[in-house]
Design a protein around this ligand. Sequence first.
Ligand SMILES: NC(=O)c1ccc[n+]([C@@H]2O[C@H](COP(=O)([O-])OP(=O)(O)OC[C@H]3O[C@@H](n4cnc5c(N)ncnc54)[C@H](OP(=O)(O)O)[C@@H]3O)[C@@H](O)[C@H]2O)c1
Length: 172
Amino acid sequence: MDFSNKVVVITGASSGIGEASAIEFSKRKSSVVLVARRKENLVSVAKNLTKYGNEVLVCQCDVSEWQEVEQMSRTVLDKFGKIDVLVNNAGFAIYGSVLELKVEEIESQMETNYFGMVYAIKAFLPSKRSFSCRKFWPSRHCIVLRIKICYAWILRGFVSRIKRNWYRYYCS
Ligand SMILES: NC(=O)c1ccc[n+]([C@@H]2O[C@H](COP(=O)([O-])OP(=O)(O)OC[C@H]3O[C@@H](n4cnc5c(N)ncnc54)[C@H](OP(=O)(O)O)[C@@H]3O)[C@@H](O)[C@H]2O)c1
């Protein structure tokens, strides 16, 4: 697929898989939006991307906070006028059995890993006239949803709801 001149928003871009994705999209001539909480890390990732010559936008944002995600989406759409790919990557793992984990830890993981994903989709969806979903890597022009095994089923329900509503709003 040709990613040149696409606008790619990557959550969790301050390290790890998100940072690596930003490099790969930059090599493919996309404009990338780097989203995460640690601004200094984002700025450092952005500096490393300048050598590819594409536009890079840093957005400090906690994806578990709806207002911050909404503001981030407005900033992106104001600057680029569109989004082509959303890589919902922000998240973290906590290890331990349900018995051992505190309720606050479980809630905090859901707030970032699940609601962060839902908020980003909700914020950008009105700007899209068509969309498709891929588990890990897009095979065509699309919104990418990160689906971890434990979230796959609840997310499947969410996505099928979006598809039904999509038809009602845009195709009828
Ligand atoms: N590595 C693996 O083997 C593996 C396996 C399965 C799933 N995953 C999942 O893949 C994703 C990336 O993993 P990784 O290994 O690259 O982890 P990582 O290096 O720890 O990166 C996680 C990224 O998510 C961001 N993040 C966390 N909470 C956030 C929040 N509330 N708002 C915005 N950004 C947030 C972090 O940035 P800030 O701290 O700057 O906000 C960071 O950029 C994670 O969701 C992880 O659970 C990873």
